[in-house]
Design a binder for this molecule. Structure first.
Ligand code: HSE
Length: 441
């Protein structure tokens, strides 16, 4: 006889419908593999038509989440509402009712993880959140178990499928930003509000969740430096391509002797970089441990099927008792760890791609290079192109690649250059990210 495990699903949108489909299709196979019979007990959505799309029997559908919390036969609550307000109330209500929670909600965990994990511990429940980062890619579980022997030194992640889709369609097929974004939305990769994808916030939410676990600390979301792809210009993607780079939106967490550095920004990586070939809605996350070295997690980072796959994995993990035990033992989450020391962005050391639109006349290059030189910024390459506007206004596009320099100095140099009357537009800067040293000495 198998154990029946009854599920209360709250939120039956793109991911919720994927969860219903998997349970409908795979409950028998999952029972054969685990001895646990998954059963949908209740599906809640403010729009009952959503559940009807995936043939949930009308008797199981409700518009009232209390129907889940008050049902003593329900073993687990799946929160797929999204956002940080109602979702938070639902999660806390479920935990108060003594029910463990599975969530894909990275925004909620990034902002209120500490409070939610503490509530789970108080109520002898657990919160499982594999689907919150990297869609279908198992990443949370390996960080808690398979990599436990390691001190994690760094994480470099392509963590947003929408942005990666847009950047690769622009790079490989020459599509416009707007066309690629519409396609990502139609494919179900984007958040309800796609601003959160393209302005880097979604990547930052995921980075905060993962960094907290990897570095065993209570990450303050406000401490992250966040830039998205919404300000990128196709000119720079093309200029980077000429130099052998591809642009990726990376979430980067690094442990340094001065503290931890957490940042999200467009990054030029060499075409040979381990993350360079990750295209479309795929995510890839490089994790560097002091014993294991480089591990790379790859897979579909967004969309109904992959994300629902991770949600169902968490349900099963709770049903068989693993998740509860690991959560109870786990001393890596924000509610039981201390805040870290953060490395300010100005102290970052990186290489930089810089584009300047300048007046094309003698002495201009010398003025610009002097400003870099005065700030100890060494230049690796300087190229001048006739800019698109050159024919009409005599301007030139200058692309500078720096050697490793300090961010604070680069920002100051760009401010000074930007104030020169020979500069036609605000300088553009994109950080060049090198492959992380596997075993730093
Ligand atoms: N909007 C997210 C993305 C979905 O594009 O990656 C997965 O969290």
């Amino acid at each position: 006889m198998s154990d029946v495990f009854r599920i209360g699903l709250i939120g039956c949108g793109t991911i919720g419908q994927g969860v219903v489909r998997i349970i409908q299709a795979e409950a028998g196979e999952i029972e054969r593999k685990t001895g646990v019979r998954l059963e949908l007990a209740r599906v809640v959505d403010k729009d009952p038509a959503q559940a009807a799309k995936v043939d949930v029997p009308a008797a199981l559908v409700s518009t009232n989440a209390a129907d889940v919390f008050n049902d003593k036969t329900i073993n687990v609550v799946i929160e797929l509402v999204g956002g940080t307000t109602i979702a938070k109330d639902f999660v806390l209500a479920a935990l108060s009712a003594g029910k463990s929670v599975v969530t894909a909600n990275k925004a909620l965990l990034a902002k209120h993880g500490k409070e939610i994990f503490a509530a789970a511990r108080r109520n002898s429940c657990c919160v499982a959140f594999e689907a919150s980062v990297g869609g279908g890619i198992p990443l949370i579980l390996p960080l808690r178990t398979g990599l436990i022997a390691n001190r994690i030194n760094a994480i470099y992640g392509i963590l947003n499928g929408t942005c990666n889709y847009i950047l690769s369609e622009m790079d490989q097929k020459g599509k416009s930003y707007a066309a690629a974004l519409s396609e990502a939305q139609a494919a179900g990769y984007a958040e309800l509000d796609p601003t959160l994808d393209v302005n880097g916030t979604d990547t930052a939410h995921k980075l905060a969740v993962v960094a907290s676990l990897a570095f065993c600390c209570d990450v303050d979301f406000g401490a992250l430096h966040i830039e998205g792809i919404d300000q990128l210009d196709a000119i720079d993607l093309a200029a980077g391509k000429e130099l052998g780079y591809v642009c990726k939106l990376l979430g980067i967490a690094q442990r340094t002797s001065d503290g931890i550095s957490l940042r999200v920004h467009p990054s030029f990586v060499s075409r040979k970089h381990p993350l360079a070939s990750t295209g479309g809605s795929f995510n890839a996350i490089s994790v560097y441990g002091n014993w294991v070295g480089h591990t790379l997690f790859f897979g579909r980072g967004a969309g109904s099927k992959p994300t629902a796959s991770a949600v169902v994995a968490d349900i099963v993990d709770i049903a068989i008792g693993n998740a509860g035990r690991t959560f109870t033992q786990c001393r890596m989450l924000g509610d039981v760890t201390a805040p870290p020391k953060y490395v300010p962005m100005e102290q970052l050391r990186s290489r930089y791609y810089i584009r300047l639109e300048v007046v094309d006349r003698p002495g201009v290059m010398a003025m610009v290079t002097k400003i870099f030189g005065d700030r100890q910024i060494s230049l690796k390459a300087v190229t001048q192109h006739e800019s698109a506007a050159a024919a009409s206004d005599g301007s030139a596009m200058v692309v500078v690649l720096t050697d490793v320099a300090q961010e604070g100095q680069v920002q100051a140099a760009l401010k000074e250059i930007g104030s020169l009357d020979i500069v036609r537009e605000a300088p553009v800067m994109i950080r060049v990210v090198e492959e992380h040293e596997e075993y730093p000495t």
